[in-house]
Design a protein around this ligand. Structure first.
Ligand code: ZN
Length: 310
């Protein structure tokens, strides 16, 4: 979403916090600090999704005129509307600096929001890659202290499917060395109609905002060191991508990120937007040689794909 609106600043705040921690977390997955046995996956309340029957007549079909049914539109699936409060409720802070892990609000249990501030585009995958434009650079987290040269980053635009069955153009900064691979992977997600809520460059103010635990931005480059070590995250090199973080949270001990995403710790739900072993997302990234945080044993980072596997 473009910066500038009040909602953007609020939403940016939560994304920043989530990414801050996620980035921090992503940099140290190899450390076997949390035995697999500690991974407690709590059952979450299953929503009773009301399947939207496909009752739209095709243009070639005559519209029934004798039906006694009221001419109402299709029922809106639960979780399809972005709540007004999204990104505005700052979480209590834990002693470790993360936000409190709270129950997933009912509106987010089966989350299927269209991208904020985005207009659908015509069908068909398209993508572009090139140097990071000045306008994008100015709002990005890149600075001279980052571990990657600006010239080594690429700015991508890519078409993706939203949860509302429309297609949108997203943006992403990645390491130039993987630009073509990343485009290829997202083309496969597009072909599989894998839904993505939001795909935009993280801006600098987001990183310092307090957590609201409800972000869901699919993103790659974020220039951020870990909070618990001096090492950079793979995201700081543009060599890692988080896909639908809310649908694919991070779990380490009792830490969940985003903090309100506990309903998605039950990976058997297999709802739209979730990544599961063998699906289009894991296959697409595996085929470009990237590793998946959903396969880690010391912790789980289901949103995270990276070139190094870290
Ligand atoms: Zn990540």
């Amino acid at each position: 979403m473009p910066p500038g609106s009040a909602r953007t600043s609020v939403a940016s705040a939560f994304v920043a916090s989530a990414l801050l921690v996620v980035v921090a977390a992503c940099s140290a997955p190899a450390a076997e600090t949390a035995p697999a046995g500690q991974l407690s996956v709590e059952p979450s309340p299953e929503p009773s999704p009301e399947q939207s029957p496909d009752v739209s007549p095709s243009p070639s079909e005559p519209t029934p005129t004798t039906s006694s049914l009221p001419a109402t539109s299709m029922p809106t699936p639960p979780g399809a509307h972005r709540p007004e409060w999204l990104g505005t409720r700052v979480l209590p802070e834990r002693p470790d600096g993360l936000g409190e892990v709270l129950d997933t609000p009912p509106e987010l249990v089966d989350r299927r929001f269209p991208p904020p501030d985005a207009r659908p585009v015509a069908d068909g995958f398209s993508a572009s890659a090139g140097p990071v434009p000045d306008e994008v650079l100015a709002r990005s987290t890149w600075e001279l202290a980052c571990p990657v040269e600006l010239a080594d980053l690429s700015y991508l635009t890519m078409t993706f499917w939203g949860f509302d069955d429309n297609t949108y153009v997203g943006e992403m900064i990645v390491n130039a060395s993987v630009a073509n691979d990343v485009i290829g992977a997202f083309e496969r997600l597009y072909d599989a109609r894998f839904p993505i809520e939001e795909m935009r460059v993280v801006d600098a103010p987001e990183l310092d905002a307090p957590p609201t635990g409800d972000g869901n931005n699919t993103t790659a480059f974020v220039c951020r060191p870990t909070t618990l070590s001096d090492s950079w995250s793979e995201h700081a090199y543009g060599l890692a991508i988080d896909v639908n973080p809310f649908h694919n949270p991070y779990l380490r001990g009792d830490a969940v990120l985003p903090e309100l995403a506990s309903a998605y710790l039950d990976r058997d739900r297999e709802l739209p937007g979730m990544i599961t072993q063998g699906d289009a997302a894991t296959e697409a990234f595996a085929d470009i040689g990237w590793g998946w945080g959903g396969e880690w044993t010391s912790l789980k980072d289901w949103m995270h794909f990276s070139a190094s596997g870290r």
